[in-house]
Design a binder for this molecule. Structure first.
Ligand code: GLC
Length: 742
């Protein structure tokens, strides 16, 4: 008995000694770990500690981003790690190797005095390696949940490849299709861009930036870039205060509220004060009014561009104006490194301003967890990319983004007993152009062509005949005859035409949105076959269809569908899938109609003032998109004909799938405010919902109107104005009136 209790006590003594010494060691260890490296401390405390340890030079280096990998920028760091200064704030990381990233990060942490991790950024615009449809196409899916999923996969592929930060989403509301960057945003509507701004931030950043597969988002190009004169790039943009607040600010405000870590300032001149040196937008609104606590990075060269823009006389003045306006990081110009120290010494930039910029940059690095987990797992390419989940999302997003513009006499879906399909055009066996611009780390080899998609779809059911017919451009008609012969052997001619990827994107504006005449001439030639003609149109912008419209029995806008477009478009043509896309941007009748968009103001003389030579009606309005099934809309019901400003009004409608195919329907609710102290657009989209309805299924769609959110409008200072009076709800072809009273 005594022996047992003795040993028992001895054991207890030994255990408690070990425990207490562990606690002491841990406490000692923590006491010796510098606060900024102590992950148990709050981030703001860690930033404060680190900042006070930094020299001015170390602080200034944090405000710099260099490129890394193959490119022509003179600040580019060669392929060897030796050129990378370990104290640099950020790199545009163009390698796909996590090993390389970890090597560079080790260098930053082990070879610099304070071991601050480098932030690795990259343009993950519509997928990283798994390339999704271009953002303009994604908008036409009106499926925000699916876009969030796509961004989450892109984030995971990015993080596993060494990238912590994407320069996306691009949320520039765009109404001039001559501008090459229309392809990168979410179309002409402010509300649509706001919804996809939030959807993509949620996808990229996940529940927390510190999650292992989250990356920091970057709202761009702040702000008004899409009004660049004449649709040409990098130009002056005359942005009235009213347009700034009504059209361009909401998607950024929504993205900031969703927690977007960063923004990128644009190239454009905003009515005389360039976007990359505009204190009103960058500080008064973004930092003071919206309380954004992340940072702003300039666009590539947009700081030194202030010189040709006539806003700075040299690099030093450009540095002063951008930095003081609220651009915290200089993308690849290297002018912050060259000038900030001198500007501080000349008392032109207070050290407090430097500290605030560095604080914001460090904050995002801490939130990303880079101080505590700077290295990424080094998986193989096979384990990083093209996972089944990514491919499934790519196929679904491609399918849901394609828009059936025309379907005369049900030319689509192609009848089940078709035996020979002629696939003709420059895009039929094309891989690279289906990716669209800003394809990230996408590689053309793995893109599924339209031809491959049709071969799979019709295996054992029909022959797929092929002829290129013509090039995208030029005058060579040598293949027309062969193409006609193929058409004559077929039951239906499926044309694969449209744009090259290089006709969209940055510095890719076009004076006309019509396709090169050779493509129209080929279609006219093939008309001799007497076969039904289905046009699959691949483009990065709305296209002036011209005769292509009259020559085609059906037109399916497939945009630039990314890696999995082939099977999706083949499934839509065969009827295995039912098209559900709706236009997020209006198709003008001609280039001359630009700008024409659905939420224009009312004319002073609605019946007059159009063009003498053509109609003022566009070819296809925003929201247009056909289905293989039919949806019948019952009458809208509203909860009251009158509401007070502090009440809500519920509108609802029953919709039935009255056709013979299951289908997805996007229900769009618009509000009109016909009389106001500031004129209002004829109507504005305020809510949309997309749901699947099976054959015969009836579903109720509701829109709860919150007067301050849905009936107010911003004035030229961004203050919300809510005025009593008559309003209208528009949905489908119905318009119902209600009154707002004080
Ligand atoms: C480009 C683009 C911008 C991109 C950046 C980095 O000039 O304007 O959208 O994110 O440079 O590539």
């Amino acid at each position: 008995m005594i022996k047992t209790s003795f040993y028992k006590q001895l054991t207890i003594l030994a255990v408690s000694f070990v425990l207490s010494s562990t606690i002491v060691i841990t406490a000692l260890a923590q006491a010796t770990v510098l606060p900024y490296k102590n992950k148990s401390l709050p981030i703001e405390q860690r930033i404060k500690d680190l900042l006070k340890r930094m020299t001015l030079e170390e602080k200034i280096l944090q405000t710099n981003q260099w490129t890394y990998g193959k490119n022509a920028n003179e600040n580019n760091i060669e392929a060897s790690k030796k050129a990378v200064r370990p104290e640099i704030g950020s790199l545009i990381y163009r390698s796909i190797s996590p090993v390389y990233r970890n090597d560079i990060m080790r260098k930053a942490i082990n070879e610099s005095r304070l071991g601050i991790p480098i932030l690795m950024g990259f343009d993950v615009i519509h997928g990283y390696r798994t390339v999704y449809p271009i953002p303009l196409a994604q908008a036409c899916s009106f499926n925000t949940e699916l876009v969030t999923q796509a961004c989450a996969v892109a984030a995971k592929e990015s993080r596993l490849s060494g990238v912590d930060w994407t320069f996306s989403p691009m949320i520039d509301v765009a109404r001039d299709a001559r501008w090459g960057r229309v392809s990168e945003g979410y179309g002409e509507d402010t509300y649509t861009n706001s919804m996809f701004s939030v959807a993509s931030v949620k996808g990229y950043q996940g529940k927390s930036l510190s999650d292992p597969y989250s990356i920091a988002a970057c709202l761009k190009h702040y702000i008004g870039y899409s009004l660049s004169e004449g649709g040409r790039d990098y130009r002056y943009a005359d942005v009235s205060a009213q347009t700034l607040w009504e059209t361009f600010m909401p998607p950024y405000e929504a993205g900031v509220k969703a927690g977007a870590a960063t923004l990128m300032s644009g190239f454009n001149d905003i009515s005389g004060i360039p976007a990359s040196a505009n204190p009103y937008t960058l500080t008064d609104i973004l930092k003071k009014r919206w309380k954004h606590d992340g940072f702003v990075v300039s666009d590539w060269g947009s700081v030194i561009n202030l010189i040709p823009q006539g806003f700075a006389k040299d690099n030093k003045e450009a540095t002063l104006k951008s930095f003081m306006a609220g651009v915290e990081m200089d993308m690849v110009d290297n002018v912050y490194v060259e000038n900030l120290e001198q500007l501080v010494k000349e008392n032109k930039i207070p050290i407090a301003k430097i500290d605030e910029a560095v604080r914001r940059i460090l904050r995002i690095k801490f939130r990303l967890g880079l101080f505590d987990k700077p290295y990424v797992e080094e998986l193989s390419e096979k384990d990083r990319y093209y996972q089944p989940e990514s491919m499934a999302i790519a196929a679904r997003l491609a399918e849901e983004s394609m828009v059936l513009l025309k379907n005369k006499q049900h030319a689509l879906p192609v009848s089940k007993d078709v035996k020979n399909i002629a696939l003709i055009g420059p895009l039929a066996k094309n891989k690279v152009d289906l990716m669209g611009s800003w394809e990230g780390q996408g590689i053309a080899d793995v893109v599924e062509t339209i031809y491959e998609g049709f071969e799979k779809e019709y295996k054992g059911k029909a022959n797929i005949l092929y002829a290129k017919g013509c090039d995208f451009d030029g005058i060579n008609e040598a293949d027309f005859e062969a193409a006609l012969a193929v058409a004559q052997q077929s039951d239906v001619v499926v044309l694969c035409m449209g744009e090259m990827k290089k006709w969209s994107g940055e510095n890719a504006s076009r004076s006309t949105i019509a396709l090169p005449a050779i493509q129209e001439r080929l279609v006219s030639y093939l008309k001799k076959s007497g076969k039904p003609i289905v046009l699959l149109l691949s483009s990065g912008r709305p296209v002036e269809l011209g005769k292509l419209d009259t020559l085609s029995d059906a037109i399916l806008e497939i945009w630039q569908p990314g890696i999995a477009g082939g099977s999706s478009v083949a499934g839509l043509v065969s009827g295995r899938l039912n098209p559900s896309g709706k236009l997020a941007i209006t198709f003008p009748l001609t280039t001359g109609q630009i700008p024409t968009y659905y939420n224009m103001r009312q004319s002073a003389r609605p019946k007059l003032g159009g063009y003498q030579d053509i109609s003022s009606e566009p070819k296809y309005w925003f929201g247009h998109g056909l289905s293989y099934t039919t949806f019948s809309y019952d009458s809208v019901k509203i909860s009251s004909k009158t509401i007070k400003k502090n009440q809500k009004l519920t509108a609802q409608i029953n919709i039935t799938n009255t056709g013979n195919m299951d289908g997805k329907e996007t229900v769009m609710w618009f509000i009109s405010d016909p009389v106001a102290s500031i004129t209002r657009p004829m109507k504005e989209l305020k809510f949309f919902e997309k749901k699947t309805l099976k054959v015969g299924e009836k579903m109720t769609f509701k829109f709860e109107i919150d007067p301050m959110r849905d009936l107010s409008f911003p004035d030229a200072n961004g203050n919300r104005v809510l005025e009593s009076g008559d309003f209208y709800i528009s949905i489908n072809n119905q318009k119902i009136k209600f009154e707002l009273v004080d």
